[in-house]
Design a protein around this ligand. Sequence first.
Ligand SMILES: Nc1nc2c(ncn2[C@@H]2O[C@H](COP(=O)(O)OP(=O)(O)OP(=O)(O)O)[C@@H](O)[C@H]2O)c(=O)[nH]1
Ligand SMILES: [Mg+2]
Length: 448
Amino acid sequence: MSNSRDTIAAIATAPGKSGIGIIRISGPKSLEIAETITTAKIKPRLVYHTGFLDQDREAVDKGIVIYFKAPASYTGEDIVEFQGHGSMVTLNLMLKEIYRLGARPAAPGEFSQRAFLNGKLDLVQAEAVADLIASTSEKSARHAVRSLEGRFSSRIHTLVEAMISVRVYIEGSLDFPEEEIDFLADAEIPEKITNILSQLDSLLNDAVVGKKLRQGLNVVIVGRPNVGKSSLLNILSGSEKAIVTGLAGTTRDIVEDTIFIAGLAITLIDTAGIRTPENEIEAEGIKRSRQQIKDADVLVLVTDLEEITREELEYTHAQPTARVFIVHNKIDLYGHPAEIKILNNLQHFYLSTMNNEGVEALKNALRELVAENNNNEDMVLARERHVQLLTKTRDVLKEGLDIFRQHRHGEILADCLKMAQKHLGEITGEVHSDDLLGEIFSRFCIGK
Ligand SMILES: Nc1nc2c(ncn2[C@@H]2O[C@H](COP(=O)(O)OP(=O)(O)OP(=O)(O)O)[C@@H](O)[C@H]2O)c(=O)[nH]1
Ligand SMILES: [Mg+2]
């Protein structure tokens, strides 16, 4: 979509009424356009208070204009920002004039795409820009800023450098067999690869946790009808979001509420009670419950019995990697003390949502879980794309190492290293396709 000879323009602030509205233009005509619609003689990085004029030299608004001369700008091109009043009417009038003078509307993410293509940001950093704008919790915002500062990218570069150095060593000995450093017998190579693999594993680990952080934790509450799932959602979120009645089958739709624990977004999801449905509406509700189970990071399985049944436990089988908490609700009815028991490696919480006994212990367990996911300064705000590429990198390196160990085959290992490097290059965007760029940048907002 990008042709950097074009000058692009967009309103960069959110639509609606606001104190200030910003129009940003980038490209070779930026300065000329700015000097036409203002009365200022503009130098880079100075602030001018000026009128913004339309075609008939009538002021549409009055505000500030700033010029960033290429390459010292966000996109690496000439950029001008007009800061006027936040009225969609005047901003659109100005845009109309800017288009008339030769700019065209910017596509979503086009400013950031130009920044990427001009080497101002790598792909991970560009994605961090979008994540920062979209962040819903303090933690995810802080981690987005770290990625933007280049911490994720620098861990990737360290790995790439280590791979290159091993590859150069192997290829060197392949090219000059007469000087044969007997690398086939060299224990240093597997050692170096193992070392790279362990760094890669730790990055992958941080990325998986980081992906959760980006999305927030999904806590799904499941169980038979009438056990108190909706009551639990309400007490955990401190709201009356879900309808509670004594009738089995009250909840049919998915009910969600987001709470924040230690700056991390936690989405609590209440579902329809699982049983043989009595009608079509309930059947659809139960189908949706089962879908939610598959997306859960944490499953809170609620029962109203002192002992959970085998059938109830089976609800968790659809999502084997989720953490499972078993809640025995309504202890006031069967006279069990409020406590936590560990049975078969699962935490069982005995509580009553009616008189709030034992609920704090469950909240504490959620807090601990968040802390586990959260206390990692190295964590990177990763996307599924990053996790997949890191996994591919690890797999191809492992394969190369195995073959090398078995057959002492240097060439194959060098090829695997090359492939691994290519996967890492796709993360930072050193290796990229137009499709990938289109897919990433089209999800940005216009004006960024
Ligand atoms: N005695 C007692 N009753 C409770 C407790 N928690 C919930 N209840 C009651 O149990 C009934 C069902 O509660 P809900 O929260 O609607 O149960 P649910 O699991 O969401 O039910 P469905 O939406 O039908 O699947 C209501 O009458 C609640 O007041 C509790 O701790 N003790
Ligand atoms: Mg319910």
